[in-house]
Design a protein around this ligand. Structure first.
Ligand SMILES: Cc1cc2nc3c(=O)[nH]c(=O)nc-3n(C[C@H](O)[C@H](O)[C@H](O)COP(=O)(O)OP(=O)(O)OC[C@H]3O[C@@H](n4cnc5c(N)ncnc54)[C@H](O)[C@@H]3O)c2cc1C
Length: 505
């Protein structure tokens, strides 16, 4: 199947149709490569895929936000001439005690040097100012963590909780602000997150620039609004997207170069291969692949892990007023974070629905996974009613529960050393996805898309055919942060010159 003739363009097989795989395939197809994308599932999109229930209602693997710094994804939407997004939305945060904080649209507030706006503009209902002030010593860690390999090595082996404790963050600020952010941003509680990942994620989404926390959502499923038209464009550009194709092995020749991937009974020949699958998917491929098992870097992937998440959608018999369209919650379960969204206000499809349509997504949802759908729906209804009391009277007329087992990357302490860079020890095999060690500085969907483009660029470097994708870098540090980082780096260099290399990093 797909045999190469002498004049054929170079064939690149991309494995996995999430943001990373679609990004790599689209760029390579545009550059004239024979780009073949193999996806194990029946829909493209990976963790962002959407589909219809048996009753014809749209559901998806969780609601996905697109934050202000997602410049590459916003650029893609423009290139595809899509307008998939809502306007910037304000969010709220709830605990079992009720509303805790409402965020403004930060870009509309007078710009202050970071991180002042982040601390001054949100309307905190309960968190005392003194607790917020206790975050300021953390500024040093933010300056010291510059996303370099050395910074990851310095901070990856301690937990985020230890880091916050070390810098004197108050117990209240940790439990009511930082830990909830980690549960939603890294899908795990602070005692299970790497301090490096916590610093990188918080800086990118919240602290680097005042508007970074501003967010838009898709006006329907991302599958409908972005992936379907994107796949059409990939096919128009000459790329091939094949679903229900689960890759199980990689074939290497005598020189150690990849020549094909194995997919059930089919063999897809390849001049280069890009893996764009999540950690759990990659571990499964390695477990069935003698060629990958022969390489320590791939065997070491067994040291990585992923996290359970659950996406629920409820259709109600009546409209219940929900003040903000997007809401994050904490304090309901010790190690689970959750969010809920008013889909009548976010999704065009539900705007005129007579009853409320609400999505509630649970991160680090381990203990919820074995519960029956009925138990899950009852829990969700009870939790939402705690935040929005009007919900208590509503009847649920339909619901969907999507369990995503071991689905999202777990950035746990000590995991960085096993995360692969884009270039592997197999010269024509490249890695991409939101868990790859790269230096761009983005996270989540934007990072996945960027790593797909980075892998495509490595293919272009290898064959010298086509133009590289233009990857928009993250916005440079603000001048005072830049100054602090340079000063800190210089002091580190001076320290290294005089002090023995004796202490733990
Ligand atoms: C509930 C939830 C909420 C989230 N919220 C946000 C958010 O608000 N904002 C944000 O930016 N990010 C969010 N994320 C994270 C975001 O979804 C991921 O960072 C991003 O989608 C990862 O993309 P990816 O391309 O790296 O991998 P994936 O999306 O995991 O894609 C990998 C693909 O590989 C396929 N695959 C696996 N094994 C094989 C195989 N053997 N052969 C062929 N194909 C294979 C899979 O089926 C999958 O389609 C959320 C995730 C979840 C689950």
């Amino acid at each position: 199947m797909f045999a190469e003739s002498p004049e054929s363009p170079k064939r690149v097989v991309v494995v996995g149709a999430g943001w990373a795989g679609l990004g790599a395939t689209y760029h390579l197809a545009k550059q004239g490569y024979d780009a073949v994308l193999l996806e194990a599932g029946s829909h493209p999109g990976g963790l962002v895929a959407g589909w219809k229930t048996a009753g014809g209602r749209s559901v998806e693997a969780g609601i996905h936000g697109f934050w202000y710094p997602y410049k590459n994804i916003f650029g893609l939407a423009d290139e595809l001439e899509l307008s998939p997004f809502t306007p910037w939305t304000r969010s709220a945060q709830y605990s079992p005690a009720g509303l805790e904080v409402e965020s403004p649209i930060f870009q509309n507030e007078p710009l202050l040097p970071t991180p002042l706006g982040t601390f001054l503009y949100p309307q905190f209902r309960r968190l005392p100012f003194i607790d917020r002030l206790s975050a300021f010593p953390m500024l040093y860690a933010l300056i010291d963590f510059d996303n370099s390999h050395e910074a990851w090595q310095r901070y990856d082996s301690i937990t985020a909780r230890e880091l916050f404790k070390q810098y004197g963050v108050s117990a209240r600020l940790y439990s009511d602000a930082f830990n909830p952010m980690l549960l939603v941003g890294l899908f795990a509680p602070g005692e299970q997150c790497s301090a490096a990942a916590a610093l990188g994620m918080l800086y990118y989404f919240i602290l680097a620039h005042q508007p970074n926390f501003d967010v838009v959502w898709c006006r329907g499923t991302v599958g409908d609004r972005i992936f379907r038209p994107w796949v059409e464009r990939i096919e128009k550009a000459g790329g091939t997207v094949l679903s229900d194709r689960r890759v199980s092995d990689l074939i290497l020749d005598d020189t150690g170069k990849a020549t094909a991937v194995v997919c059930g009974d089919l063999v897809f020949e390849a001049d280069a291969v890009i893996f764009a699958v999540g950690i759990t998917g990659m571990k499964k491929i390695v477990s069935g692949s003698p060629s990958l098992q022969s390489r320590p870097e791939f065997r070491n992937l067994n040291n990585l892990g992923a996290i359970d998440v659950m996406a629920t959608r409820l259709w109600c018999d009546r409209k219940v007023a929900i003040p903000r369209a997007s809401n994050a919650c904490f304090g309901f379960d010790a190690t689970t974070g959750w969010t809920f969204f008013d889909l009548n206000s976010l999704h065009d499809e539900w705007r005129d629905e007579p009853g409320t349509v609400i999505e509630a997504d649970f991160y680090h949802s381990n203990q919820l996974m074995p519960a029956s759908d009925e138990e899950v729906v009852a829990t969700v209804k009870n939790y939402i009613a705690t935040c929005i009391p009007g919900f208590r009277e509503a009847e649920i007329i339909d619901s969907s529960v999507v369990r995503l087992s071991q689905a999202v990357t777990h950035f746990f302490p000590g995991s960085y050393q096993y995360m692969l860079p884009a270039q592997t020890s197999i010269e024509n095999v490249f890695m991409s996805g939101d868990w790859i060690a790269n230096r761009h500085g983005s996270w989540s969907q934007e990072k996945a898309y960027v790593t797909g483009l980075e892998a495509a660029n490595l293919v272009i470097d290898r064959f010298g055919i086509g133009s590289k994708a233009n990857i928009i870098p993250v916005e440079p540090d603000e001048p005072h942060i830049d100054f602090g980082r340079k000063l800190n780096q210089n002091l580190r260099e001076i320290g290294k010159a005089f002090l023995p290399d004796f202490w733990l990093p």
